[in-house]
Design a protein around this ligand. Sequence first.
Ligand code: BTN
Length: 275
Amino acid sequence: MKRDQDVAASFKKNQKLDAGQIERGLGTARVGRCVLCFDEVDSTNDVAWDSARQDNADGLVILAESQRMGRGRLGRKWLSRPGENLLFSVLLLEGDAPISQEAITIAAGLSVAEGVEDATSLRAELKWPNDVQIGGAKLAGVLVERRTVESGSATVIGVGLNVATAPPVEAVDNPATCLTAHLEATPDRVEVVRAVLRRLDEWLTRVAGGQLAELHDAWVARCGMLHQRVRVLSGGQNYEGSIIDVDPLAGLVLIDDYGVRVHLPAAETTILPRK
Ligand code: BTN
């Protein structure tokens, strides 16, 4: 792990994101068929939603150098300094046969962790439902939103990935990190996002083909929290207990202090910091 001054010294401002560079030779079937890059937007998720009424927008990827109102899970804000990190959203138009939102949620986090490893060789781990961590500090967050649009069910997967800088300690509840802090130099954002999009494309195909057991196994292999005692907030209620499994359809599986097995859905569940 590098010291702050080393990080500052090795930081070289990344070049602006270029849609053509991201699209060219990507080799995906669905994700990234069309890529758009913006300087500044309110939220890349909103731009993706604005495109959802177009029939051919399935797999569209929206990136921005900065967001005025980046949002996180459970009503939180997502902060990122302009031009330094990755802020992107993927639109999936699913018609009348949507993939389960639980499965998309865990497939998205897993794809970010695997893509980061492909591009940088850094081992990234998962914290329920889809925080991506290095050494216990948050590297990336994923916000999955589902709505009904004209063509049926649609999902937007929004990803915030700290490449060159992490938000200041006073702005976050849990420790945060960035890729540069663990590498000799700042990695190329284009290479990182392409690796994540490829993994996401692959997992969406596999999940649509029924490979939920493979998704489960790959997710669990990257989860450092299994069998740990945790405090969890879900649907406005607090739980304490041990994580015994992660189910791609039912969510987090916990044994609470009364020995009761509870299934907590990803969309409304978050693991609370240790006391
Ligand atoms: C979380 O950990 O709470 C999820 C954070 C998701 C942030 C990303 S940044 C790109 C996309 N646009 C948004 O407004 N949010 C997501």
